[in-house]
Design a protein around this ligand. Structure first.
Ligand code: SF4
Length: 481
């Protein structure tokens, strides 16, 4: 989806969250703020920054876009040389202000702040266990479970408590944490969500994507490895691998759709990855057409790749308005497809009388593409062929992406020809799973493909087993009673 807003793609997968951390700069909060701007595509419901001057962690959080949440006064109040930040969608927990991160708590050893990208599949089980032992939760977010586990650990140091707590969680987490004078970055052993390390002069930067490093003039050093914990303090950066090793299962959708094309994610240029997907799509699914057009902005690299391979000229047949905010007026039904027309408008000179091949990066519910096809036909397209640079989406994501339920996914209800018919297209084809794997190159087999195959690397419902268990086991009272 890259830079598309949810307003433009209400029927698509939505991004998850973005995190940033800065250590060793007196402008840490300002740099975190800029980093969050670069990560805005990963979450638009809320934003927050916590900072520390070595003695006290202060935080400011709000609902809305980064630029709406923070003004000069708010940023000026965030003093210190350490800062972490977060932009969010509500992948777990409701979308209210109390769920906006970073969360900052005080426990027996001081203050602790956390910003999380991902989703813990066993959060509910752990939460019930913790509540049984007397924990009181302030939010409905899975991230708060981590704070309770750390605070309640019997280990001696903060790092040991953190490792102890994270040993108990399952699922996806790319985390940036802070105490008053330390920053810690952790990526789960499967490596579902991205996380990178950068350097800016003498300061260290952590971010979900490299586009955040670019904006603040930080140099990209490397990925935080799956299962790695980086501890950043005045002595520099220390790397630990404290968790049992797992096979890497990075989210393939980051390359297809979520990350910004100017980012390097999982060690690879997102733009280059999308060009390859477009080229493979053209190789697999040729069709006679006069022009290749993208659904902007997300379909652009795929359409370029398709055009390069097929030799069919590339053109911009749809123009996206960059100034669409929320609109509260809905004209009468006489203006059909008003919502899509507000965001996309056709270039008739490109479309009229042509066999148009449209490239998009995903097809989730199909409601927007249906309107796009109608718009192209009304603009005089002779034929409309749809090509998708991903396989059919047949499952939800349990690892930190806000997805429709399985039943809402069009590919679970219809076969490809029926979907094409529903969309009003002359033809529709998707990229095959084999081609997607070819596109992964040397990392083939090291990606999560759960929403395309239904095979999930980590059991998405670990509580299922427990629900099947008797209420009383070995004289112990079940927490479900
Ligand atoms: Fe990514 Fe899909 Fe796996 Fe979720 S299920 S992590 S969106 S590939």
């Amino acid at each position: 989806m890259t830079s598309d807003t949810p307003a433009l793609r209400p029927d698509g997968f939505r991004d998850e969250c973005g995190v940033v951390g800065v250590f060793g700069d007196t402008e840490a909060a300002n740099l975190a703020y800029l980093g969050l701007h670069a990560l805005q595509h990963r979450g638009q419901e809320g934003a927050g920054i916590a900072s520390s001057d070595g003695k006290l962690i202060r935080a400011y959080r709000g609902r809305g876009l980064v630029g709406e949440v923070f003004g000069g006064a708010e940023l000026a109040s965030l003093l210190g040389h350490v800062a972490i930040g977060h932009v969010r969608y509500s992948t777990a927990g409701e979308g209210s202000l109390r769920n906006v991160q970073p969360f900052v708590v005080r426990y027996r050893d001081g203050q602790l702040g956390v910003a999380h990208n991902g989703n813990l599949v066993n959060a509910q089980i752990l939460r019930e266990e913790l509540e049984d032992r007397g924990s009181i939760f302030a939010t409905s977010s899975d991230t708060e479970v981590i704070l309770h586990l750390v605070a309640g650990s019997g280990q001696g140091t903060f790092i040991n408590r953190l490792v102890d707590g994270l040993m108990r969680v399952e699922g996806a987490y790319s985390l940036v944490l802070m105490t008053e004078d330390t920053m810690v970055a952790v990526r789960d052993p499967w490596g579902f969500r991205p996380l990178v390390l950068g350097q800016r002069g003498k300061s260290w930067v952590i971010a979900s994507e490299t586009c955040a490093l670019g904006l603040i003039g930080a140099e990209y050093i490397r990925e935080v490895e799956p299962g790695e914990m980086l501890i950043v303090d005045r002595d520099g950066v220390q790397s630990l691998f404290p968790f049992p090793r797992r096979p890497r299962r990075a989210c393939v959708f980051e390359h297809i759709y979520f990350s910004r094309p100017d980012s390097t994610v999982f060690g690879r240029s997102v733009y280059d990855a999308r060009i390859v997907l477009g080229r493979l799509l053209a190789e697999e699914n040729p069709v006679e057409a006069d022009v290749v057009i993208p659904v902007p902005d997300s379909g652009v690299p795929g359409a370029l790749g398709y055009s390069q391979y097929s030799g069919i000229p590339y053109a911009l047949g749809l123009i996206r308005s960059h100034y669409v905010g929320r609109t509260f007026i809905e004209p009468s039904q006489q203006i059909r497809d008003f919502g899509v027309k507000l965001k996309l408008s056709p270039v008739k000179s490109v479309i009229a009388g042509k066999r148009v091949l449209v490239v998009d990066d995903s097809l989730v519910r199909g409601t927007t593409l249906r309107k796009v096809v109608r718009m192209l036909r009304e603009s005089g397209a002779a034929e409309v062929h749809l090509r998708i640079t991903a396989p059919p989406t047949i499952g939800s994501c349990y690892y930190g992406v806000d997805t429709p339920t399985r039943e809402e996914l069009i590919a679970t209800r219809m076969g490809v020809p029926e979907i094409g018919e529903f969309l009003g297209a002359d033809s529709l084809t998707y990229l095959s799973i084999n081609a997607l794997r070819r596109a992964e190159g040397k990392d083939q087999g090291r990606f999560c493909e759960g929403c395309f195959t239904g095979e999930y690397p980590v059991d998405p419902h670990p509580d299922r087993l427990r629900r099947q268990m008797p209420l009383f086991v070995e004289g112990e009272k079940s927490s479900e009673v």
